[in-house]
Ligand binder design. Sequence first.
Ligand code: HEM
Length: 441
Amino acid sequence: VNGSTTVPAPRPTEPGLFTVLRIARDQLGEPIRHFERFGDTFQTELFGIPLMASRDPKVFEEILIRQHKSFIKDLTTRGTSLLLGQGLITSEGELWRKRRRLIGPYFHAREIGAYLPAFREEAERELAAWSSGQTIDVHRAMAELTMRIALRTLFGDDGTEVEDFEATMNDAMLYYLGIAGTTLKLPLALPTPMNRRFLRAREHLTAAFRRILARVRAGGAEKSVLGALLGAQESGALSDQDLIDEGITMLLAGHETSALTLAYTLALLADAPGEQRAIQRELAEGVPDTLEGLRRCSRLNQVVKESMRLYPAVWAVGREAIEDTAVAGFGVARGTQVFLYQWAAHRHPRWFSEPDKFIPGRWTPEFESRLPRGLYVPFGDGPRICVGNLFAIAQILSALATLLKRYEFESIAPFAPRLVPVVTLRPSGPITLRVRPRKLD
Ligand code: HEM
């Protein structure tokens, strides 16, 4: 064991099954109530499997960065390999390291500039269809937008081959809600309606992706990430199945999370007309066409940070201890399933005053320098930090700037979404806003 003076983390007195069922019923609220009662980290167990939950930045930092070698992805995340195969999210060890080295460079800052025109053009295309006073489901609109962006920049596809990708992704994701939202699933071999729908969705995605592969191979999308991976395949580094796994992983990870972030940000802004005006003033000179330019729009950046604090599209990350260890003074047994709740850390009252309120102005440089590492981690941290985080930020800033330059967003009712935490943090229904064109200055 790592460190000599370890103690067990606090644990609720009731049987673990009760705690787990309670949390399954309210996966966002219940952990916070437990943290308030037992402390920022607590443990329990389910059928002999030790479980640990935390909102403590020290625990995040230990597990994601300092002791990352003692942990792999948790059972639930590993379960997504039914859809994602051995792609970058689910792979481990030497396989993961090689792939990350291969794929990572295509998401570096110097590559992002080449994608910016596509981000902007696709946003322009989206808003060209809007008319004054129209109500729009911004979640749906942003999902279509980020899907087109992902297909175009990552795969060099123009979107014609996979029209119902979005609905198919939905079907695939619903599977992970499990039976009655408990995340429990029956073996895929059983022909339940949920299992059948999932398998159909998986087949459909794979078939669509094979068509894209065939077209890219025939020539025409060399400039996409996939084009580059195909180049790597020629040297024997990747099989067809590897390409499919990485492709579906990137598409799922790359479009859904950005769409949610854009939709939540627009909804929050619709309730904060003063913030919208401040951003619009920043854009008086036009929408910046470089990443540095977008980064200099300080109000816009503050709004995105605050939106990802309140509604982190990835609301928790999971790990499994592969050896006995100690984390922030607590003993952690091998096999422990650890849940790091970004959702709860981002609303920790010790660091965020009025934690449930949208206050973009709190993100001053001084405030950021006071935050402990590990507390605000919408993209995770350590070696497994989101490979697409710069791509995501650039896409979100660029799309928001393009939309807000042309339109004002008005709320129809104050934004108070019912949230469904599946793999990502999704709204239970549409997010409907009214749009009005701005007078261009
Ligand atoms: C707002 C947008 C996004 C959010 C909030 C987000 C969040 C995250 C988080 C929290 C992780 C770490 C999970 C863990 O440690 O277990 C992650 C990993 C990952 N993300 Fe993202 N992500 C976003 C956008 C993207 C985009 C645009 C792409 C690709 C184009 C992408 C691809 C990936 C991949 C491949 C991984 C696994 C990386 C690895 O383990 O090496 N994500 N993401």
